[in-house]
Design a protein around this ligand. Structure first.
Ligand SMILES: [Zn+2]
Length: 249
């Protein structure tokens, strides 16, 4: 490296392809990373003849039209509690330094705690990123057509009750991973209008009921008497709507 010369590093994966450039950065917890940009050919994955609908939710992170659910990573609540605790400690340390008339930059206890909080944040972020990568790769491998709602995250964030959960589960990060992996591996993502009433329609007979408040987790269709899990039913409707729009195109 310029100025530093030879530097030891840990390699997270093999570099494949022609290296175009490398960027070194240091994150808030003090670790150094090198990102390497390469030019490479990506082979499309083999076709599976399978299509799937996904309902992104709050109780569960994702609910699939084949009936399976991926919960909103259990570690989150535990890690959040820990983060809050360490953050309070950081505020106390800042106050202590202020009372003693020490500049924060020179307050050793404060700086030490600051690094600790940064490391915790980093861990939460890494775990989440890892979770989203595994889930999106798994979906892309197993299905050719993936139907999802076109989320208006901005609109939803205005609703404060939902805001925290939404930022937690990082839907938009998940969708963008799905999208670029689909492009790489020759799969199709179909986005359904966010106005499509996926929770109101009976996926069995097509009967459309009125709006259902978020507390209603399951319901029975008054016409065909099929009992529905709210989110599985929604993901089935998302799949049907996605396949329909794809056929029109
Ligand atoms: Zn029905």
């Amino acid at each position: 490296m310029p100025k530093l010369g030879l530097v030891k590093f840990a390699k997270s994966r093999e570099v494949e392809g022609r290296i175009l450039n490398a960027t070194v950065r240091r994150n808030p917890s003090g670790k150094f990373f090198v990102s390497i940009l390469v030019e490479t050919d990506v082979q499309p994955l083999k076709k599976t003849d399978s299509s799937i609908g996904i309902d992104l939710g709050i109780t569960d992170f994702a609910v699939f039209s084949d009936g399976h659910k991926v919960d909103n990573h259990t570690f989150t609540a535990k890690m959040e509690k820990k983060l809050r605790r360490e953050q309070r400690k950081l505020s106390r340390r800042a106050l202590q330094a202020k009372n003693k008339g020490i500049h924060l930059f020179d307050a050793q206890n404060y700086q030490k705690q600051k690094r600790k909080v940064a490391r915790l944040y980093e861990r939460v972020r890494n775990q989440r990123d890892d979770f989203l990568h595994k889930l999106s790769t798994d979906i892309i491998k197993n299905h050719d057509v993936i139907c999802i709602e076109d989320l208006n995250t901005k609109g939803m964030l205005r609703n404060h009750k939902l805001a925290k959960s939404i930022s937690d589960v990082s839907w938009s990060a998940f969708v963008s991973k799905l999208e670029y992996k689909a492009k790489w591996y020759g799969k199709t993502i179909v986005k359904i209008s966010r106005w499509f009433p996926s929770s109101q329609i009976c996926s069995e007979c097509g009967h459309q009921e009125g709006k259902k408040s978020l507390e209603i987790r399951d319901w029975t269709c008054p016409i065909c008497h099929k009992h529905h899990d709210r989110d599985i039913n929604a993901s089935k409707n998302i799949l049907a709507e996605g396949v329909r729009t794809l056929d029109l195109a």
